[in-house]
Design a protein around this ligand. Sequence first.
Ligand code: G4P
Length: 535
Amino acid sequence: MLEPHQLAEINRRKTFAIISHPDAGKTTVTEKLLLFGNAIHMAGVVKAKRAKQFARSDWMEIEKQRGISVSSSVMQFEYGGHVVNLLDTPGHEDFSEDTYRVLTAVDSALMIIDSSKGIETQTKKLFKVCHDRHIPIMTFMNKVDLEGRDPFELIDEVEKVLSLPTFAATWPIGQGKRFKGVYNRLSKQILLFDPNQKTKNFETTLVQNLDDPVLKERVGDELLDKLKEDLSLLEAGGDFDTESYLAGHLSPVFFGSAVNNFGIQELLEAFLKFAPGPLARPAEERLVEPTEEKLTGVVFKIQANMDPKHRDRMAFFRICSGEFYPGIDVYHVRLDRVVRINNALTFMSQERKNVEKAYAGDIIGLHDRGTLMIGDTLTLGEKLKFTGVPQFSPDMFCRVELKNPIKIKQLHKGVEQLAEEGTSQLFKRKFNSDIIIGVVGRLQFEVVKFRLLNEYGADAEFIPLSFSSSRWYHSTNKKVLEEFESYYRDQIVFDVRDYPMILFKNDWEENYVQEKYPDMRFFDSLITYEQEVRA
Ligand code: G4P
């Protein structure tokens, strides 16, 4: 049994990810949350630090050049007695595999929407992943200081396009140049916005009720009448139902302006009050409760060379149950052996700190010397495999050739390490030494090429291959399997786990092959392939 203080530590944890379309304001919201959590002390630090990090870490230069966020990061801060683990996700769709993996490590999500634009493509895709996993979602309608869409229209869009019922937790008074503040339907208070006060981060005027003369004076009759009318319409929708939110069936919506730090504190406080703490996590064998005494957890992300000076490799580990402390001996289920973890890191904004104790819900960084892979489970002896960390079959392929053949060792090391990290997938053929790289988003090729050169000194040429999809395959009928493998010999490759895959030239061929070989099964997800092979 865990001690009461250990249970209290687990219960005060909240682990969530922010999802949004690029430019909706994810970085700005993150920064304000970190300000509240005292993890940073000045606005602009996240971006400034990001910029500094670009300079230090060369591969991130790609992010700077393209103005996109390639990798996702983890930040921990404390607020109101809670320990919050915030996981950032890359906004660009070419890196959505990374985002999917991050979403397996959280208990809830915050969806940020640019209220002047409404729901954009990437939000839709990321929402779907959360929805499929029943992750509770809070919504922040950002940029209400811009002339935007009508708030009813915005929540209507969430309900229709995402099929997600909403509860307007705060409601804007005016918009754009006439934006005056928000009414908080949970506390029944009104927060007034003063555009001139934006540098004083936490100061806003709080009005306790709709009849307060200050409100009338600041807002004016027209907007006040409109607010009252809006509120009576919203009342008809009923009260906030926490159970529906926790089941992923209802999203509380908050309006505000991240750049003005307006409405973020309301969001944060509601998040800490309502968002779930560490949830039970499914393993193939059983459901693991966070309050179980023994430590368990899963590696959901690997990132090499975060600090180019040390050329280190960090495995991001979600603790699913129990307590972690340095020096603990853990059972590495895939390798079937015990490993000692002498130290681990926690990330506060861009600072790293050695972990003294960490609990279910926390994300910690383990130094890895090549023994950890994405999806690995660590326990205190039990054979468990946490499910859900996805790996998809790629649909873009290149053959990699070196410009300078002397660097072949570096190239092999680079492509292997980057594949283990999930930056790309690596394939080999049985009958020649071709190196084939597969990705799901084209920009991933650029990242791999750039990193091979900058981190491994291998200047490689990427020659596109004309395949449009790939599938892991399996059959229990040996004869059919042999015939298939001999006929499609030139299209068969092996992934890093040595699992066979077929590369298809186009959709027509894929359908044709599947019809021609009814005794064979084809898989676009590693998880389902592994389940089939084990069965
Ligand atoms: P992202 O991480 O989701 O890609 O978005 P980010 O926070 O970088 O914000 C994208 C742009 O939107 C930034 O402007 C940011 O300042 C602006 N922004 C964020 N929140 C608000 C808001 O509430 N109101 C308004 N009007 N703008 C907002 P930028 O010009 O691209 O960058 P910067 O020069 O401000 O750094």
